[in-house]
Ligand binder design. Structure first.
Ligand code: AMP
Length: 713
């Protein structure tokens, strides 16, 4: 192995832990291991060894060469979902103590299927992250203009801090009304609380003031996000410390970075770690964007299926959109998140019969890293989608994770028979095929409706399909949709990890502002608006630079990209705009800011929808800063003929679909060469993913090692 390995990406998912290594010349390998919720660092180690074995190498040789390593994972999200975070104490305004538990009304149906959203009796609130016993109100009020009308009372803050400690709080969160408008009161409470903690000998208890982290309007969102920072991000930091320590043990010199919700990567030591709550699926979107840029695809429908979920996002005209107030784990949050739609149906989803209707139901829970009943040591007795895969010949029971786990087809058959086939009066094959068809149909409809609900047609998009189970179902959820092209990267199984390695090292900070100007505003008004924007940009720049300095960069290494959120006055939705000016001073700058917004608005909603007569509001400002890092290079190989080498064929396998068994050709994914064409029924296998090409489909591998799937009927 002569060329040095430079970049590593990690996707520690609920089912598998994927690693992706890239050499300086762009060559790469993918590794997979079963996830290990107890010790993520071990799963990463195993996955790395699996990947590097392809190069006859190992972690002790490669880790010291790496310059970049980006982590993504689901541990933080799981911690929140399972309510296994830190015991947090909350200080809020007096009279608002119940606010966190009540939440926003939509939190009681977030994440539900449509039929369950419709009926009140299915709505339910999750347990709050902080129980009422650890919430205290203090007398204070700042009005909507940001004027303090009732100042903070020191003695009261000291008293509630003491009470929260008595209630066993391990961290204190402060969130007061309107603090994004005027941080004065909240900072005062923060300083008094810190002082009181010192007096109590508890100075090690961290204090989180919402305004220092997420200074944005909508207090439920701001409160939830700041609580998350204390509740889940701090424990996750310990997990990342462990991962980082294991790297160091094997000679690594890089500083571990984590994929963040805004699509950039941040250091694991970053102040705001809550913004890494979802990272794997974000990685996939970033990878798709880079791949699209290299190949010249502007409009991409990204689809990612793993063991637990199906995530999709749209890249339109080379850009993905950012949701400002997303929800996650059924909580409304104020974090910038790459806009994605997810459904809890994946290759490991549990399959059950609805006791009332007898209908097959998939998920929302899944077997996770335990695969299904087909794995003897799983301890599971509920059928999963993977059980159906093995019974129908989709998956090779001897090649799961390259044979690391042997799957027992007969065991899966017995469970499917007892739980699904017999109660429905079907054969095991037809019951299992019904499950697969149902999953295909659910994903197909989900993808179709998400594209068309945004006003687009699949015929304007190329579909990228990835995730370990993406290629297993690509045919099923894209059939008949009419995408321009359907693409399965040969490294689909490690695509999110690849995407993480593609992401910029980027910090992003957001702040709410309230600027409203009429169409023909005076020069003075425009200058005043620019002053507000500029002050906010400077405040955020300071935060960005501070984070980079923490990681050993100096201000001059950082490339700054200011942005803003703008809307026509009175409209409900704002748009995120990359600023055409680096600083805002005079009326001309304001005009450019407006012009850029209208240009973008016309692109999104059409020119005729532009409504300058309403006036303009800027609702938030953004500062992004990034430094240049090493990124993967997309492979470019020599093209061969259409007919694969005989050595690429590794046998045939019985494969069941549409009520018949067929003999499918089985091909080795690694041995197929660019230019080769494969006709269905065929199965293209690698150690970590399986690409199904049924009858009526064909696929060609191109020089970038991307499979193009087409219908031949
Ligand atoms: P992911 O969560 O993205 O790692 O995807 C995991 C899923 O990949 C599994 O649940 C399987 O359905 C699918 N898969 C397909 N082929 C393989 C294979 N050879 N080894 C492991 N997983 C596979």
């Amino acid at each position: 192995m002569n060329t040095e390995v430079k970049v590593m990406g990690i996707d520690a998912g609920g089912t598998m832990t994927d690693t992706f290594f890239v050499k300086a010349n762009g060559e790469f390998v993918v590794g997979k291991a079963q996830s290990n919720p107890q010790d993520e660092s071990l799963a990463i180690y195993n996955s790395s060894q699996d990947a590097l074995a392809h190069w006859n190498s190992n972690v002790d040789e490669v880790y010291p060469q790496l310059v970049t390593c980006v982590y993504s994972g689901t541990a933080m999200l799981n911690r929140v979902v399972q309510r296994k975070g830190l015991e947090v104490g909350l200080i809020c305004n007096k009279g608002f103590e119940q606010m966190h538990a009540m939440g926003r009304a939509l939190q009681c149906y977030l994440g539900y299927a449509l039929e369950e959203r419709l009926h009140l009796n299915t709505h339910k609130y999750d347990d709050p992250l902080v129980p009422l016993s650890r919430i205290r109100g203090v007398t204070e009020r700042t009005d909507v203009q940001g004027d303090v009308v009732i100042p903070v009372r020191e003695q009261e803050v000291r008293q509630v801090t003491k009470e929260l400690i008595e209630q066993n709080a391990k961290a204190i969160v402060i969130c007061l009304l309107q603090s994004h408008k005027n941080p004065e009161s909240e900072r005062k409470v923060r300083d008094i609380a810190k002082d009181e903690l010192k007096r109590l000998g508890k100075a090690d208890i961290p204090v989180f003031a919402s305004v220092d982290y997420y200074p944005s309007r909508k207090e439920s969102h701001r409160m939830n996000t700041t609580i998350l920072e204390a509740y889940a991000a701090e424990p996750s930091r310990q997990t990342l410390q462990k991962v980082s320590d294991r790297f160091k043990k094997h000679g690594a010199k890089f500083d571990l970075r984590v994929m963040a919700t805004h699509g950039g990567t941040i250091s694991w030591k970053a102040k705001e770690l809550a913004r890494t709550i979802v990272s794997g699926p974000v990685g996939g979107v970033i990878g798709s964007k880079l791949l699209g840029e290299v190949l010249g695809y502007d409009n991409i429908a990204c689809s990612d299926i793993g063991g637990t979920s199906f995530d999709m996002a749209l890249i339109v005209k080379g850009n993905f959109s950012i949701a400002q107030d997303p929800d996650m784990a059924r909580l409304v949050l104020s974090l910038p998140l790459v806009a994605m739609d997810s459904v809890g149906a994946g290759a490991g989803s549990f399959v059950r019969l609805d006791p009332h209707s007898g209908a097959i139901k998939l998920g929302p829970d899944s077997a996770g890293y335990r695969v299904g009943t087909c794995w003897k040591d799983s301890g599971l007795d509920t059928v999963s989608v993977s059980d159906c895969h093995v019974v129908l010949g989709y998956l090779n029971p001897n090649n799961f994770l390259g044979g690391l786990i042997t799957l027992d087809v007969e065991r899966a058959r017995q469970h499917i028979k007892a739980q699904i086939a017999d109660p429905l009066g079907l054969s095991v094959e037809d019951a299992a095929a019904g499950v697969i068809e149902l999953l295909d149909l659910e994903l197909h409809e989900y993808l179709r409706s998400n594209v068309s609900a945004k006003g687009y047609s699949p015929s304007d998009f190329v579909c990228f399909s990835y995730g370990g189970a993406g290629p297993v179902h690509t045919y099923g959820y894209t059939e008949g949709l009419g995408f321009k092209d359907v693409i399965v990267p040969a490294w689909a199984a490690g695509f999110s990890a690849f995407g993480c390695a593609c992401a910029d090292f980027e910090y992003r900070y957001d702040k709410s502002v309230d600027i409203a100007l009429a169409q023909y505003a005076s020069v003075e008004e425009k200058v005043q608006a620019c002053k507000t924007i500029q002050e906010a940009w400077e405040e955020l720049t300071h935060k960005v630079i501070e984070e980079f300095e923490l990681n050993g960069f100096s201000a001059k290494d950082v490339i700054l990209k200011p942005g803003y959120r703008m809307q026509y006055m009175g409209q409900l939705n704002d748009l995120e705009i990359s600023s055409p000016v680096l600083s805002a001073k005079d009326a001309k700058d304001w005009d450019k800011i407006v012009e850029e917004y209208e240009k973008y608005y016309a692109r999104v909603y059409s020119e005729s929808a532009c409504s300058p007569e309403l006036g303009f509001s800027i609702t938030g400002v953004i500062m992004r800063g990034y430094v240049v890092t090493q990124k993967p290079v997309i492979p470019e190989e020599k093209e061969y003929g259409k007919t694969p080498d005989a050595s690429a064929k590794i046998g045939t396998r019985k494969f069941y679909r549409h009520k018949e068994w067929a003999d499918a050709d089985v091909w080795s994914m690694e041995k197929l060469k660019p230019g080769n064409e494969v006709f269905g029924p065929a199965i293209v296998e690698s150690d970590s993913t399986t690409f199904i090409v049924p009858k009526g489909f064909a696929t060609t591998l191109d020089k970038h090692r991307l499979f193009h799937l087409r219908e031949t009927k």
